[in-house]
Design a protein around this ligand. Sequence first.
Ligand code: F6P
Length: 547
Amino acid sequence: MNTLISQSTAWAALTQHQQQLAHTKIRDLFSQDKQRFERFSVTAAGLFLDYSKNRLTTETLNLLQQLAEEAKLKEWIIHLFRGDKVNNTEQRAALHTALRNRANTPILVDGQDVMPQINQVFQRLQVFTEAVRNQQWRGHTGKSINTIVNIGIGGSDLGPAMVIRALKRYQSPNLTNYFVSNVDSTHLSQILAQINPETTLFIVASKTFTTQETLLNARSARRWLIEQLGSEQAVAQHFVAVSTATQKVVDFGIDPANMFEFWDWVGGRYSLWSAIGLPIMLAIGKEHFEELLSGAYELDQHFQTASFSHNLPVLLGLIEIWYVNFFNASTQAILPYDFSLELFPAYLQQLCMESLGKRVTREGQPVDYATGPIVWGAPGNNGQHAFYQLLHQGSHLVPADILIALHSQYPLSGHQEAVLSNALAQAHTLMQGRNAVETESVLRDLGGQGESLKQSVAHRTFPGNQPSNIILYSTLSPKTLGALIALYEHKVFVESVCWGLNPFDQWGVELGKQVANSLLPVLSGENRDIAHDPSTDGLIRYIQQHR
Ligand code: F6P
């Protein structure tokens, strides 16, 4: 058994150091250091990170970097990029970085270079994309395709959906995209009601091709298509698959010629760079897809080469560890002031929470410290009128990442200035707060006095000291988005290494799937053998009586 990171020298030093900073106000740190903004900001791959509004000093950063050294982060970064089996519980590499290896240098898995197969599948994706976009790919009745329906869930849905939403400006005007993920038939039915079978292409996206939700939706879509077009033959022109499981795709009834492959060393939540990105390539075209890859590649290079003190993912990961383990923060807010990133928080929830929601180390040893926080968020402006009250005056520490575009992808006079002023105002107020003396003075100026003034002060005081990282970029482009996604992928990796976790498995999801499968025959009346827990058994009886 390896020693837990909580036994390290840096951890002990950080625990002591936290006591010195526990009651320090960030605003006072700014008063003490006029260079704080310059000192605690850094640029890479088109992203500018200002992390000065955090409860930290140079000493904090030094100790956090020492923690990363003790966790052997440098070596782990090499293992990751080299294709070592960093996913030890499944004995697999995690080579999402190979998919965007623009230098095309060999990367070996089990002694075999994976780049030729990556390039070959990319080539097939490109040919297929061009055929659809140039209207050469025809449906069963001879019409060209104008609607793409992706059927997948989790990593086979969230990444492509988020990217297409973010890059809608680059979308081909001749194609409309839909995503079906939920097994509730409402999802599929509402989409089927809007589309024309003659001009629709379904992409069944599933790494394992065993996922209940995806297969059920795919079967229903297939049945609908055959009914509508009156022929089984129609499936060949209207269904393609993206998977690692060729035989299962064939068993489903999709021609392997219409299947785009990826490999077990691509994790589901890290797969948008692979053939799972097909809906992205169809929507924005091959060149823009390549720019997305290039942005991620630039960030990959930065992650591998920059010193920890100037390394964006390292800094973001270490800062999160600082709050989770030394300030007991249990949450991380993602607040994009860029409406195109509407789906980014949901995408990050899977990336971060499926990767870091673990309680044992790689070696199976229980940890005695907190791990991945609860990640959530919404576009900043909307959040201000919904949940920001809790950030400003509630009782929880809520570190936030605030993502800001300098320019809108859709400029309208006066709007972007409003976006920017709101973003900066919120980050400032969350940090600065307004103490009782300041509040009283403001209220006095407004004519307040006596007992009512005293009462108002309590209600209108803001504790402040809520930390934030500001991530600024010019306009959201495929390249910037690629870098932004890679930034968070690597931030997660940094944390996993420091916490000693395997971020590439998700055993926690499996048990729920198994139990759902065991309940299915019970609910459908095929199997009367009821034995779960008294509540579940009672619910089964209730459902059976009332359906
Ligand atoms: O939700 C669990 C999960 O295994 C995710 O990790 C994965 O992205 C998703 O299911 C979908 O899996 P598949 O692509 O195999 O259908």
